[in-house]
Design a protein around this ligand. Structure first.
Ligand code: ADP
Ligand code: MG
Length: 699
């Protein structure tokens, strides 16, 4: 249970002055919180200023620099209303010892101005000064208060990112109250570190940022570091708890002799690369050890991750347990099934498939067989794990193309069995800091080399107007027996019209190139998709028009051409994934990026990078640079909460510190019951990582 001293921080924001239920709803997006609940006071406190306006400059009217923010003490002399029906502004003239200034208002109500700036009053005004024809003016001062209330004017004024329905003033008012009610917090930092790093406490850090002290300009940096560290520590502690509980709960030391592996290797038409062999060896060692495996297999598109996964599954099957392989799409699940089937058959492994689109009868029978232990490996989409599916003895869960899944799905999956080992596969070369923040201390295997004999893919960009030329060349290539993909973009906002565009493109190409053209898209039935895919893989179809359903993992090694229409609309990683559909065999491949001019700066940069390199790691880095981190991992789509304060880009060193501290904490106080325990538990609540608390033993 949450400690009660945190209650004021977990009150709904609508308990603050000026914030009603409507504003509270607007705040959900701004604060990036779980949309199913009203934001809490702490969420508002974590909404940090993006900058500070310094109002300390008080030069007097005559010496106010052009364009500067100044604070002036003036006496109001006269009001000058614009003539009726004129567009001219309302002017209020005021003076101090040095000169005269006009305060300028557009669309102002006279009665309000009379009340706010009464003639003869001494006022403090603060805002930006502009010199116009040699005369100073201030348009819509930011603050106007009577001279005797000077101390209510913020000399260092924080500025906040805002949203529709929320003004800066409302936010400041609510924050003022919230800041007065932050409880004293127990310190979760260890004493040694507190001595070494001169940071403020948690409460003091929030105060320093929301109420900047003009006399202590260095405070901001220390306060931000403190809060970022806290957020990293909460994150790393939670991940370490998850990882520890995954590892502790009855990991099973698998016993296998390599009998099935030998059969699979004998049936493969190629030898494993060194990277593949190393990855398999690491996985086998993990499986044989009594702890649970938690391993990430990274390998660029086409690097050959699937066979590594199969060999992992084979070891578990040989030990008498079952394995599941989860794919992000129906097509990919079917393809995995199709490519694994002959190898499984050669090894005598019983393989099945289960997806959301399967018929009720097939599902029922497959589920029953899984429960009875009559199936060794099951391939499926996430539908596989919905509902109360039971397995006889689940030993290994393999998740392909992890970046499509949220972290939560990953956790729920591992709950389906006892001591389940986990292998996560991704083609996205996630930078190390991101692996750390999202997966914690996962072991990582990398497939750095491509299988031997692969030719680089030649990439060219072509403006739309030259489509006829492209089609003519395509015809020649198809006539010569080549296979090609033609990708049409599918943008979510207007799925229907995009689908229509893909349909239209298919009809046009079929009209020109004949019956060797087929169409595949996400809205088709499973049968239609499977038919189109297998006609392309083994049958009469040599040009496959597709929406991005083919983006992830589709494997037709003798396809050597890919045309991507409206390439300017795709992100870099997506383009790289799509391009990875070719260049999978020993023949040279081509990627044609069709674009519709004019295109923007970023799109131009993306296309240039695609032309320049085939290196997935370099592309991921560029993507990170062009887009920011959240999107690379697909967290935007899956809604995984990221970081609110900490920035892995600029504060990566704090992440390392937090990671080491989290490890040390759990080594010395595994159940968080020691003297710092209550403080650390509070920390997990503050940063919404309290799910991890459930993993601590009760009591
Ligand atoms: P990805 O890593 O993108 O999932 P796949 O596992 O689909 O890649 O493999 C891509 C292609 O490379 C497949 O056709 C696969 O059969 C082939 N392949 C995998 N390993 C090797 C190897 N060692 N030598 C030659 N071809 C291989
Ligand atoms: Mg794959």
């Amino acid at each position: 249970m949450r400690p009660s001293f945190l209650d004021p921080l977990f009150a709904p924001v609508s308990t603050l002055p000026g914030i009603g239920p409507r504003t509270a709803r607007h705040l959900v997006t701004l604060l990036g919180v779980d949309p199913s609940r009203e934001p809490h006071v702490i969420d508002l406190l974590f909404h940090l200023p993006s900058g500070v306006i310094d109002r300390r400059l008080r030069p007097g009217i005559a010496r106010a620099p052009e364009g500067a923010i100044v604070t002036l003490e003036v006496r109001i002399d006269r009001h000058q209303a614009p003539p009726r029906a004129s567009r001219a502004p309302y002017r209020v003239f005021a003076h101090d010892d040095t000169g005269e200034i006009a305060l300028v208002f557009f669309h102002a109500h006279q009665s309000w101005l009379d009340k706010t700036l009464p003639v003869g009053a001494d006022m403090i005004v603060s805002g930006r000064v502009e010199w116009f024809n040699g005369r100073p003016q201030m348009v819509h001062p930011d603050h106007m208060v009577a001279a005797e209330e000077a101390d209510t004017l913020p000399m260092m004024e924080p500025v906040y990112p805002l949203t529709q329905g929320l003004s800066g003033k409302t936010l400041q008012k609510a924050l003022a109250v919230a800041l007065d009610h932050i409880p004293e917090m127990p310190e979760w930092r260890d004493a040694e570190q507190a001595r070494r790093l001169d940071w403020p406490g948690f409460r003091e850090a929030l105060l320093a940022l929301h109420r900047p002290d003009p006399d202590d300009p260095g405070a901001e940096h220390a306060a931000r570091a403190r809060l970022a560290y806290d957020e990293f520590l909460a994150n790393q502690l939670a991940l370490a708890l998850v990882r520890r509980s995954m590892r502790q709960t009855r990991g099973i030391a698998r016993r296998f002799s390599g009998r099935l592996k030998a059969k699979i290797l004998a049936a493969l038409p190629f030898a494993l690369t060194k990277g593949q062999a190393d990855a398999v060896a690491a996985i086998e060692a993990d499986l044989a050890a009594p702890e649970r495996m938690l391993r990430l297999l990274q390998g660029d598109v086409g690097a050959g991750k699937t066979v590594v996964a199969l060999l992992a599954a084979a070891a578990v099957v040989e030990s008498g347990a079952q394995a599941v392989m989860m794919a992000p799409t129906e097509i990919l699940a079917r393809q995995h099934h199709a490519s694994l089937a002959p190898l499984c058959e050669a090894a005598g492994i019983r393989l099945a498939i289960l997806t959301g689109r399967d018929g009720a009868r097939h599902k029922r029978e497959t589920r029953a067989a899984l429960e009875a232990g009559e199936i060794d490996i099951v391939v499926g989409t996430h539908a596989l794990f919905q509902g109360d599916i039971a397995l006889h003895d689940l030993g290994l869960a393999i998740v392909d193309e992890q970046h499509r899944f949220g972290v939560h799905q990953r956790l729920s999956l591992s709950a389906k069995g006892k001591g389940v080992d986990m292998l996560v596969m991704t083609a996205t070369p996630i930078p190390r800091t991101l692996v750390l923040t999202f997966f914690g201390d996962m072991d990582v295997s990398r497939l750095t080399e491509k299988p031997a004999g692969r030719q680089p893919i030649k990439t060219v960009t072509v403006p739309n107007e030259r489509m006829e030329e492209v089609i003519a060349r395509l015809r020649a290539a198809l006539d010569a027996g080549k296979k090609a993909y033609w990708v049409c973009p599918l943008v979510e906002e207007s799925e229907k019209s995009d689908l229509a565009a893909a349909q239209a493109r298919f009809e046009m190409l079929a009209g020109l190139l004949g019956p060797r053209v087929a169409l595949v898209h996400g809205r088709q039935s499973s049968e239609e998709k499977t038919a189109a895919m297998s006609a392309f893989k083994d049958g009469p179809v040599s040009l496959l028009v597709a929406t991005t359903v083919i983006e992830v993992g589709v494997d037709v090694p003798d396809a050597t051409i890919i045309v991507i229409e409206h390439a300017e609309r795709f992100g870099l990683s997506q383009l790289h994934q799509l391009r990875g559909r070719v260049g999978r065999g020993s023949e040279a491949s081509t990627c044609l990026l069709l674009y519709k001019p004019p295109i923007g700066e970023t799109a131009r940069a993306r296309l240039a990078i695609m032309r320049e390199t085939n290196d997935g790691f370099r592309i991921a880095e560029e993507d990170l640079r062009l887009r920011g981190e959240g999107e690379i991992l697909g967290t935007r789509q899956s809604g995984t909460p990221g970081f609110r304060i900490a920035d892995t880009g600029t504060q990566g060193d704090l992440l390392e510190t937090a990671r080491n501290d989290a490890r040390l904490i759990l080594e010395t106080d595994a159940e968080l019951k020691g003297p710092r325990g209550p403080a650390l538990r509070a920390l997990l609540y503050l940063f919404s990582r309290d799910e991890a608390i459930r993993l601590l033993r009760a009591g």
